[in-house]
Design a protein around this ligand. Structure first.
Ligand code: ATP
Ligand code: MG
Length: 276
C-alpha cells in the first residue's frame, strides 16, 4: 500500500484553520500521498461505505443527534457525484439530500435562511446539502444582486445560524470541492458534447465560470469568516473524482466514529412480553 498517511491524519490535511486567511490558488486541486492504485482506493471506499451504513443505522436508532454535510463547489465540481458515490448503500430513510437552486419568488420574499432552516436534519438523521446558505454570500455578491451591506451581514448571520444548529445537537461538516479551471472546462465541454450530459448544462455555468476569480475571492472570505472552531471548512482536492470521494468519505466516517452513536437500551422491561 502506498498510502503514506493514516485516515485520521489525512482528514486533518484538508481542514482549514479557523480564522486563518486562505488562498485557493495555493491549495492543490489534486490529491497526493495516497493510493496510487485506483483499485486500492475503490476497495477502501467500499469498506468505508459499509462502515458508514452501520454508523448511520446507529445514529438513526439513537435518534438524538444529527449530522449535516454541506457540499459547495464551482459548477461541475462534483457535488452530485459525491452524493452518488459516498452515500450509496445508506438507508434512504435516514438521509435527506437537498439541492439548493436559484431561489423562487416565495423564497426571496423571506429571509435567506428560511428555505434552509426548514430542511436541516432532525434527530437521528443525516442531511446533505448540495449547495447551501453559502450561495447567499456568493452569487448575490458576485452578480451584484443585492446591496453590499445585505450580503456582508450574512456572514455573521450564517455563523449565528450554524452555532444554533451545533448547540442543538447538529455536527456540521462543510466541504469545498476544489477543482481547477482547466478541469472545469473539460467537464463543461463534456456537458456540451455528450448527449447524456446535455441536461446538466446551464447558462449559469458559463456566467459563473467567467467570474471565476471573484467567486474564489468570495469563497476565501466565507472560509475565513465562517470557518469557526466548532464548524470549520474542509477544502478537498477534487480534480480526481476517486480522490475526492475517498477523502470526503474518510472525514464523514471519522466524524461518525467520534460521535459513536449507540443503539438505545430498551425503555421497557422486555421480559414481561410473552410472544408464545
Ligand atoms: P453543477 O454543479 O453540476 O453545475 P448545480 O449545482 O449548478 O450543478 P443547477 O440546478 O444546474 O445545479 O443550478 C443551481 C444554480 O442555482 C447554481 O447556478 C447556483 O449558483 C444557483 N443558486 C443556488 N442558490 C442560490 C442563491 N441563494 N442565490 C442565487 N443563486 C443560487
Ligand atoms: Mg451548474
Amino acid at each position: 500500500m502506498s498510502d503514506t498517511v493514516d485516515s485520521s491524519e489525512h482528514c486533518l490535511r484538508h481542514l482549514l484553520s479557523p480564522g486563518e486567511p486562505v488562498r485557493l490558488d495555493k491549495l492543490s486541486t489534486r490529491g497526493r500521498d495516497f493510493h496510487d492504485d485506483r483499485k486500492q482506493a475503490d476497495a477502501e471506499l467500499d469498506e468505508l461505505r459499509d462502515e458508514l451504513a452501520g454508523l448511520q443505522r446507529r445514529l438513526y436508532a439513537e435518534n438524538r443527534r444529527k449530522l449535516l454535510i454541506i457540499l459547495q463547489a464551482m459548477d461541475a465540481g462534483g457535488k452530485d457525484g459525491t452524493v452518488r458515490h459516498v452515500f450509496r448503500g445508506v438507508d434512504p430513510q435516514g438521509v435527506y439530500v437537498t439541492s439548493f437552486r436559484q431561489p423562487t419568488d416565495e423564497e426571496l420574499s423571506h429571509d435567506f435562511l428560511w428555505r434552509v432552516h426548514r430542511v436541516v436534519p432532525a434527530s437521528g438523521s443525516i442531511g446533505v446539502f448540495n449547495r447551501s446558505h453559502y450561495e447567499d454570500v456568493l452569487v448575490p455578491r458576485v452578480e451584484k444582486l443585492v446591496p453590499e451591506d445585505v450580503w456582508r451581514n450574512r456572514y455573521q448571520q450564517i455563523n449565528d445560524f450554524e452555532r444554533l444548529l451545533s448547540e442543538s445537537g447538529t455536527t456540521i461538516l462543510k466541504f469545498f470541492l476544489h477543482i481547477s479551471r482547466d478541469e472545469q472546462e473539460k467537464r463543461l465541454h463534456a456537458r456540451l458534447t455528450d448527449p447524456e450530459k446535455h441536461w446538466k448544462f446551464s447558462d449559469d455555468d458559463v456566467v459563473q465560470r467567467k467570474h471565476w476569480g471573484q467567486y474564489m475571492a468570495a469563497y476565501e472570505e466565507a472560509f475565513v469568516t465562517c470557518g469557526t472552531k466548532q464548524v470549520p471548512w474542509y477544502v478537498i482536492p477534487a480534480d480526481q473524482k476517486w480522490y475526492r470521494n475517498l477523502a470526503i468519505a474518510r472525514v464523514i466516517v471519522e466524524t461518525l466514529r467520534e460521535m459513536n452513536p449507540q443503539y438505545p437500551p430498551p425503555s421497557i422491561d422486555l421480559d414481561q412480553y410473552d410472544l408464545g
